[in-house]
Unconditional design. Structure first.
Length: 200
């Protein structure tokens, strides 16, 4: 069975949206304890069963080891996995991000990770800066401030340092070309987000 790990799963609904596919995938959703508890309650309230292949892994990234908690849930470290980490690095210190990447190198050889990072304000396209400034202020006001921003070069160096392989980055331009090219509603991704994709 394929293994899919979501670091910072939030309200991701892969397991509910893709029942034919997800039934063949061992899914581990990792996030803050309160978030996962609330999510599980809402799924049940709305008539969704929690299948045996969906595992909730509550953890505070800054305090606890998501890796240890993953193993405690029966994760098979010998089997290749795909790890998605989206919308998380903004809220973590560089130390916590580095530790997270180091833990990923413990995955079975050939596992793939896709991790979103965010550019510092000065590296954004001019038209995207006001929106990011609003987001930064809003996050701080809500008590969940943005902590970490990285250039593409910094991210690649960090991935190399921890020992990841086949490192590549996916830019906003790449995402626009692949996923937004033929849209008729002018929806485009903002320039501030990019993905690190690598293997163990």
């Amino acid at each position: 069975m394929t293994i899919y790990v979501l670091l910072g799963a939030g309200l991701d609904s892969f397991a509910q949206r893709n029942t034919e596919i997800s039934s063949q995938v061992d899914i581990y959703e990792i996030d803050q304890p309160d978030t996962l508890t609330w999510k599980e309650e809402k799924l049940i309230e709305n008539g969704y069963k929690i299948p045996g292949n969906l595992h909730f892994v509550p953890v505070d990234f800054e305090i606890s080891s998501w890796w240890d908690e993953l193993l405690n849930k029966g994760f098979n470290v010998k089997q290749r996995a795909f790890v998605s980490c989206i919308g998380v690095t903004l809220y973590l210190t560089k130390e916590a991000i580095t530790d997270t990447l180091k833990k990923m190198t413990l995955l079975a050889p050939g596992s793939t990770i896709a991790m979103a990072f965010y550019l510092p304000l000065e590296l954004l396209d001019e038209e995207d800066k006001p929106l990011m400034e609003m987001s930064i202020k809003g996050a701080a006001a809500s008590g969940t401030p943005f902590v970490s921003f990285f250039s593409v070069e910094e991210t690649v160096k960090l991935a190399e340092k921890v020992g990841l392989k086949e490192i590549q980055t996916i830019s906003t331009k790449d995402m626009t070309e692949k996923y937004f090219k033929n849209r008729t509603d002018d929806l485009l991704p903002a320039s501030g987000e990019f993905f690190l994709v690598a293997k163990t």
